[in-house]
Design a protein around this ligand. Structure first.
Ligand SMILES: Cc1cc2nc3c(=O)[nH]c(=O)nc-3n(C[C@H](O)[C@H](O)[C@H](O)COP(=O)(O)OP(=O)(O)OC[C@H]3O[C@@H](n4cnc5c(N)ncnc54)[C@H](O)[C@@H]3O)c2cc1C
Length: 405
């Protein structure tokens, strides 16, 4: 063998060795990724917490799933308020195995309306069916607290904790996560009203929307059609948008307009006379309600509670929406109303929570297959980015799609 042949042989065997090494490594990584399974804890069994549970199961990376709620089953499932799932949430939930044909509710176009308790019960039944695939423990009547954490044996901590404990939950503080919120304007003003009529049916009902409403406030010296700056020109904006939603028993109304500095808006934002807003809701309800439900009259008006004046619609979202607990090596993400909430009920608030969950499957997958802390940080960073984007998109277009169109 001459020198050239020897060099050629050496190069070939080196190349082969590298190839074998790469192949073995890639296969081992693939096997490790395929086998990687973690345990996940979800705090809160509201609509968002239970949907998060389905996302976790679907990620295929969960060995053990624990779901908590401080409420017992009856209290959890008897919640009367309606939820309105928009087409994007419906598609998201269909992919998770939600069977709308077997859930009490009603459709209007591609929107689905059901009661929050009915939705939660359906999700709990799907989780029940997944028990063969994943070890699932649903612990109702169990509060997530420092005491609960103390009872977890060392080494048995979940790798991921998903906090979905609603707008009043304090589970983040139990984990030492800051409860600072960023509060930002949605550039709109609004007011809400509720009507409770115990003699009416508690069935899901499609929402009613009305646009470009003006109210006759001339008795208070406010003429909607004549603005002082240009009294000869009728004003095009802001007309009000009204939504009536909820069941016949628990009726809700949302009234909103884009932020504009008109005389009517200024008046309704600053008036001390709460009967004006009550009157607006009263008249609007009677004008736009369904034909088959009773009108509000002087005898039944006391069933209605409403905002005293127009207020600025603000979105509060957590400064820290995902975190890493050093020492225990736990990645935490905050979802649903625990992560972001409006000071105004739009009648489809649950969809904002569903948007946040769209990145949860990838987050669980990346955390489960992480090689080291850096990979976990990357997964957390992507989750935080997505959470910020959900809030920003809602501020830009959310009210338009839920109320103004
Ligand atoms: C009066 C009213 C009317 C509404 N109407 C509509 C509507 O028409 N359409 C619509 O889409 N949405 C509506 N919403 C909003 C909708 O109900 C919420 O968007 C939705 O419930 C939020 O879901 P979530 O899972 O984030 O929080 P939640 O539903 O609040 O669930 C949080 C859960 O966490 C549990 N929890 C809290 N702390 C702990 C703890 N420490 N340990 C264990 N568990 C804990 C709570 O018991 C609760 O079950 C309405 C809300 C209200 C209040």
């Amino acid at each position: 063998m001459d020198g050239a042949e020897l060099a050629y042989d050496t190069a070939l065997s080196t190349l082969l060795a590298v190839l074998v090494y790469v192949l073995v490594k890639v296969s081992l990584d693939a096997i490790r990724q395929w086998r990687a399974r973690i345990s996940v804890l979800i705090v809160g069994s509201g609509p968002v917490g239970l949907t998060a549970a389905l996302v976790a199961v679907r990620s295929g990376k969960v060995l053990k799933l624990t779901v908590l709620d401080e409420r017992y089953r009856t209290a959890l499932l008897c919640r009367p308020q309606q939820i309105a799932l928009d087409p994007r949430s419906v598609r998201f939930l269909l992919r998770l195995g939600v069977d709308f044909d077997n859930m009490e509710g009603c459709w209007r176009g591609e929107h689905f309306f059901t009661k929050v308790g009915v939705f939660q019960e359906h999700l709990l039944s799907i989780l029940e069916q997944k028990r063969q695939k994943v070890e699932i423990g649903v612990h109702l009547g169990t509060k997530f607290s420092e005491e609960y954490l103390r009872r977890i044996p060392g080494g048995a901590w979940p790798k991921v904790i998903i906090i979905a404990d609603g707008s009043c939950g304090d589970s983040c503080s139990v984990l030492g996560i800051s409860s600072d919120y960023i509060v930002e304007s949605c550039h709109a003003y609004g007011a809400n009203a509720t009507i409770e009529r115990l003699d009416q049916r508690q069935v899901p009902t499609p929402e009613i929307k009305a646009h470009n409403l003006y109210f006759d406030l001339s008795a208070y010296g406010v003429d909607a059609l004549k603005e002082p700056r240009n009294p000869t020109q009728p004003t095009a904006k802001p007309g009000f948008h009204l939504k009536i939603y909820g069941t016949f028993r628990n009726r809700y109304m949302a009234l909103a307009c884009t932020a504009a500095d008109t005389k009517m808006v200024r008046f309704l934002r600053h008036t001390a006379n709460s009967s004006i807003m009550k009157n607006i809701f009263h008249q609007s309800f009677n004008a736009y309600k369904t034909d088959i439900e009773p009108r509000l009259n002087d005898l039944t008006l006391h069933h209605m509670q409403c905002s005293r004046k127009l207020f600025e619609i603000m979105l509060s979202h957590r400064r820290v929406s995902a975190a890493y607990i050093e020492g225990d090596n736990v990645a935490v993400t905050v979802e649903g109303e625990a992560a972001r909430v409006l000071n105004f009920d739009t009648g489809c608030g649950v969809n904002l929570g569903m948007r946040g969950l769209e990145s949860l499957g990838t987050f669980i997958y990346k955390t489960a297959t992480a090689l080291d802390q850096n990979d976990v940080f990357e997964a957390l960073s992507a989750k935080i980015q997505h959470s910020k984007q959900v809030a920003e998109t809602f501020r830009q277009t959310g009210l338009a799609s839920t109320l103004f169109e």
